[in-house]
Structures are given as C-alpha cells and as structure tokens.
Design a protein around this ligand. Structure first.
Ligand SMILES: CC(C)(COP(=O)(O)OP(=O)(O)OC[C@H]1O[C@@H](n2cnc3c(N)ncnc32)[C@H](O)[C@@H]1OP(=O)(O)O)[C@@H](O)C(=O)NCCC(=O)NCCS
Length: 337
C-alpha cells in the first residue's frame, strides 16, 4: 500500500498544458467532457506511442503500456479534482498532499477533509474499479486498445462510454430522479406508498428506473450492499440515504411484476449519490468522473494483460441487412463463412 502510494505520487505530475486545455473549454461543459478532453491532452506523454513510433518489438508492448497505465492512474485524481474545483468552487484549486494515499489525496484535492469522506472515497475507488470485461467502459477500452491505440486513447474511449446514461451516468440519473421525486412531493423522506406511485409514474412515461437492473447480475449488486453497510455505519438517520433504502424495498417487486426485467435488483449506481450528498457533494453531474477515476484501475490493468498476452485486434464480423432478414426467417446460417 505504501509502495504503490509512493510510486503513484512520483508519477502524478500533470503538465500545465493539460490544465490550459481544460481552461479553454466553456465552464458549462459537462465534467465528463472536460475529463475526456484532459485525458486526450495527457496523451502527448504516452510512452507506448513514442516507443511504437520509434519501432518496438511486440514482445515489449506490455512494458510501456504498464508505464502509461501507472502514469494515468497517478494523474487522474489531480485532473478530476481540477475539473471539480474549476466548475463548482470558483477555480480555487487545492494542491496535492504527499502524505495521503491515492484516494485520500483525491478527497483532499476536491476539498473534502472529513476522515469518513476519505474512507468513502477509498470504498468508492475500490468498488467501481472493475466488473467483468463486457461492460461498456471495459469493453470500449479493450476494443480501441486492440488496434494498438495507446492507453490514453483507449481509456478516453472507455470514458466516452462511461458517460452514457445506461452505464456510468446512471449514478447522476439516480440522484436526479430522487431529487425530482422529493421536489414534486415537497417532502424529504417519502413514504413507501409515495415512492411506489412515483416509480409507476416513471414507468408509465416510458422511462427506466435508474439504478435498477443489470445486464449480467441477477441479484442485489454487492457494491450496493457495501455502500448500504457504509451508510448504516456513518449516517443511519440521513433522510436521503433512508430514501434510497425505501426505494430498495419498493422497486424490485414492481419491476418483477413487469415480467420482462431480468434483474429487478439495485446496481452500484443506486446508492452512491446519496452518500456523496451527505458530505455536501451535491454536484451530481460530477459523479461519473469519480466513477471514471476508479474505473481506470480495472480497465488499464486489463489493457496491460491484453499486451502481455498479445491479444489480437478485435474485429466482429459485419453482415448485410439481407443476411439478417433471411437469418430471421431461419434460412441463413449467419455465422457461417
Ligand atoms: C442496466 C440495463 C441497461 C440492462 O439492460 P438489459 O440487459 O437490456 O436489461 P433487461 O434484459 O432486463 O431488459 C429487458 C426490459 O426490461 C427493461 N428494464 C430493465 N431495467 C429496467 C429498469 N431499471 N426500469 C425499467 N425498465 C427496465 C428494459 O428497458 C427492457 O425493456 P424493453 O424490452 O421494453 O426494451 C437496464 O437494466 C437499465 O436500463 N437500467 C437502468 C439504468 C441503470 O441503472 N444503468 C446502470 C447499470 S450498472
């Protein structure tokens, strides 16, 4: 732990032109847009790109991929907190504290000194780092990386996917949805009946209930449970956190009754926002950036493995509309050569 902290500290310098690039964007730009553009600005530092251009044996690809991954992970908290302070705290930036660990220092640079918020960041950075390889941010990073795009380009692709509302942006959608419910009801802690009526209204408007469902999981997301445990320990009486727990009682049976939702249980995004709001982080448009900083740990480690294993370019077969039509009629074997 101390070793990785000091390695990342040594690698954490962010060149000034990256901050200049962020500054050139309108302040209204979504934090994820600013984040992705900053990652692209950092790409000029890529060891992989430089060594590839100089001519590199494919057996050595992993080495500079690892260097890029470590640099990126080390620099992302500084970039993300710069965006946060620029957009929401009148540009009053906070210098890193070399005595803190990676996640603790991230909390500090965003302006949160409460020890339990730092604890939350450690949990948050841990649970959002990875899931399986098929989710959009992991898959997009792998896919773009399979063209031997360097880790900066590949990770930026993954972050563009994370910015979609059915993926990482769901955590901002959840809190937005709860805030809207509270505003419409004019109450801080709605009853289960009031929540049920609001859920049914959401569904009747052709919208999804954010934070519920999953493409792979078929039970309550363990990352939801980990956050619930954190909430029970640190803020058991917080009305917003209690609203999340009530939503958890109400939503699964309703989704189950629709008969089409494969997983009626909450995912990781259903809980995170309420914990952040408890500490005063109200700016929910920023939440996906936190997710992105964490996600770097998982997807960049995977990219190193792609290079170590020498995985090939990913190139799904493409088919014509006529082929699909005849496949649907059962006439064509679509996957045949
Ligand atoms: C995560 C998600 C995209 C998975 O999609 P999926 O694998 O296609 O899910 P399913 O196979 O269960 O979907 C079957 C149907 O149930 C619906 N459904 C799934 N989750 C739903 C939810 N939370 N609220 C309402 N309807 C939902 C789908 O929209 C789909 O409806 P359709 O056939 O009319 O298009 C989906 O559950 C969802 O949109 N959830 C809300 C957004 C969210 O929390 N995303 C974060 C994921 S970590």
């Amino acid at each position: 732990m101390n070793r990785i902290t000091s390695i990342w500290q040594r690698r954490s310098h962010v060149p000034n032109y990256v901050f200049d690039t962020i500054e050139s964007l309108p302040i209204s730009a979504h934090p994820m847009t600013q984040f992705v553009i900053a990652i692209m600005a950092l790409q000029t530092e890529s060891h992989f790109a430089k060594r590839y251009a100089a001519g590199m044996n494919k057996k050595d690809y992993w080495d500079s991929t690892f260097d890029d991954a470590m640099d990126l992970i080390a620099r992302l908290p500084r970039v993300a907190s710069y965006i946060y302070r620029r957009k929401y705290k009148e540009g009053e930036h906070i210098q890193p504290n070399g005595l803190l660990d990676w996640a603790g220092n991230f909390a500090h640079m965003m302006g949160y000194e409460d020890e339990s918020f730092k604890e939350l960041m450690r949990l948050y950075m841990n649970i959002n780092a990875d899931q399986e390889g098929g989710n959009i941010s992991a898959h997009a990073t792998h896919l773009v990386g399979s063209a031997l795009a360097d880790p900066f380009l590949s990770f930026a692709a993954g972050m563009n996917g994370l910015a979609g509302p059915l993926h990482g942006l769901a955590n901002q959608e959840v809190i937005k949805w709860i805030f809207e419910m509270r505003e419409q009801l004019g109450i801080d802690l709605p009853s289960n009946e009031q929540i049920e009526a609001y859920v049914r209204k959401t569904l009747s408007e052709g919208k999804v209930v954010p934070g519920y469902g999953h493409a792979v999981l078929r039970k309550t997301d363990p990352r939801f449970s980990a956050q619930m445990e954190f909430g029970k320990k640190h803020m058991p009486d917080d009305p917003l956190v209690n609203t999340v727990w009530r939503v958890y009682e109400v939503v699964p049976p309703i989704l189950q009754s629709l008969g089409k939702v494969k997983n009626p249980w909450p995912n990781v995004d259903a809980h995170s926002g309420a914990l952040l709001v408890h500490y005063g982080m109200m700016e929910y448009e920023f939440y996906t950036v936190l997710f992105g900083v964490s996600r770097a740990l998982g997807v960049l480690a995977s990219l190193c493995w792609d290079r170590i294993l020498g995985l090939p370019i990913e190139r799904p077969k493409s088919v014509t509309t006529d082929l699909i039509k005849s496949w649907l009629k059962g006439k064509e074997e679509i996957w045949g050569e």
